[in-house]
Design a binder for this molecule. Structure first.
Ligand code: HEM
Length: 126
């Protein structure tokens, strides 16, 4: 368990980088610079998200967390799936602008809810 705190801090670091990299790509598209798709920004977020998930799963397995008792964790995983889906539509160049803006707002709201659940760890079903 001595590794728990450093792993948690790495998970948090990659979580904040996820938010930063997603927002950065949205802003670049919004100001008419879609060329980031031809730069390392095309794949860096995927590496970051894989590491985020790797450390998340490690925390889950080595920590005291159980989906039944800690409902916030289950909800966090459900919202994560929604965030990934909404984020993909928001960054799809072929989609109409209004649709992309709507999904960008949805993705950011879901991400905000994930951060809130992680911080507050509310008792959802107890
Ligand atoms: C975009 C996705 C995610 C974000 C933004 C995120 C963010 C965070 C943050 C900021 C914390 C620290 C909360 C605190 O200050 O106490 C945290 C904790 C935690 N996360 Fe995540 N997380 C994400 C995905 C996941 C997933 C998919 C899992 C499980 C498979 C997970 C498992 C955990 C666990 C178990 C903790 C508790 C650590 C503790 O308080 O000891 N996270 N998360």
């Amino acid at each position: 368990m001595e590794y728990y705190a450093p792993i948690k801090h790495l998970h948090m670091l990659f979580a904040y980088l996820t938010a930063l990299l997603f927002t950065l790509r949205l802003v670049l598209d919004a100001i008419g610079k879609p060329g980031w798709r031809q730069t390392p920004l095309r794949f860096i977020p995927h590496i970051n998200d894989s590491l985020l998930l790797l450390f998340a799963l490690t925390l889950w397995f080595i920590g005291p967390w159980q989906l039944m008792t800690h409902g916030w964790l289950g909800l966090k995983i459900v919202l994560l799936v929604g965030y990934i889906g909404a984020g993909m539509v928001a960054l799809k160049p072929g989609k109409p602008k209004g649709v992309r803006i709507g999904f960008a707002v949805l993705a950011l709201a879901l991400l905000g809810a994930i951060f809130h659940l992680a911080k507050a760890k509310p008792l959802l079903f107890g």
